[in-house]
Design a protein around this ligand. Sequence first.
Ligand code: PMP
Length: 450
Amino acid sequence: MNRSLLIKPSMKEEYPTVTHGEGIYLYDKDGKRYIDGSSGAVTTSIGHGVSEIIEAMHEQANKVSFVYRSQFTSEPAEKLAVKLNELLNADEDYWSFFVNSGSEATETAMKIAIQHWQEQGYFKKNKILSRWVSYHGITLGALSMSGHVGRRERFVSILEDYPAVSAPYCYQCSLKKTYPSCQLACANEIETAIKRIGPGQIAAFIAEPIIGAAGGVIIPPDGYYQQVKEICNKYNILFIADEVMTGIGRTGEMFGLHHWGIQADIIALGKGMSAGYTAIAATLASEKVMKPILQGSNSVMSGHTYSANPQSAATALAVLQYIEKYQLVQNVKVQGEYLLQKLLFELGESKIIGDIRGIGLMIGVEFVSDKSTKRPFDKKLMITNKIVGKAREKGLLVYPSSAGQEGAHGDAIIISPPFIITKSQMDELVSILKEVVLEIQKEVGGVGHD
Ligand code: PMP
């Protein structure tokens, strides 16, 4: 074969060909080593090549890899549902519906919410309220709920016209307010939107507990989710937490919303749920949400061929058990605090970095051309691409994100290494990133300088 016919995210770019991974490192066919500083797409949370997981996968493959979900259930799928409910530790039980990607998980969440109301005779309660500066997935339903301009713009004419409100993006507040004097105006906007549209038309409000891909890690201020939950309860609107990126320990708590002691009605999980060892995701729905469905048609109107396949379920179960056994979520808290402080210390004064923010091992770095006005760089400079590309050249992988209210037009990266990263490995990660930032700073010349 002398030519690759593989369609890549950017056909203009050359990507290295990976050969293997070990711990926090990946290796390409030329033997070059990369620090997986973003766990791929915030996914490989326990690191690469973990033998306990590989053994569990092997063991399941020897039993049975696939059964169709309407012909059989399986022990690993049953156990996985029980384990997720246990980890959620809520005051009611949550049912699991397994899918294969985060987009499917949020889209299933949307369908379960709509079905929940339909089964009770509310046929018009079918809009999903969401936020700008958000990402819930690439399939059309998930994209309809996503406030990510860059990923939507080509398809807007075929998306559902779902309403969206402002994100709790304090660094670049679209309402031009400051916390706490804002009195959580962005949360209150949800109530205004509900009143305008009519609560009888809205099935659910969806939010990522901490915004990832669309905003470079946006952590809402205290009180925000309490307010959101109160508003949703007041108007009989379900609250969907998109924990695809934040779930399963990434932020130093098992679930992102645990930071605020808030319980969602429906939860979407993906990425870290199997830490990249297989494609599996899940939608968790509370007993309250499921009750009318169980008493009505008694079946969730969704599903995929690979839903709840035993091979993927056994893999995810092994990952969750591994995270618990080695108390990795505890590690995320400790390592995350160190990494954030180290980044602030080494890069906080950089002329092209506006903000460094993080929670657990989910850290965002936002780049601006002018720190005092927070003015973004000219889109044509492609700062994020340059940072990601240069870092890769130097053996560090970081996740390209976007920033700014327009989504995808501002520059940010996410740093989210595997939970097992050590202090010296974090020092190396920061030192490579610092080199990259200094080089880019030089390259952009006067911009971003005094
Ligand atoms: N929701 C969130 C919060 C995500 O970060 C992502 C992926 N970046 C998705 C949904 C979509 O997941 P997937 O790419 O697995 O479809």
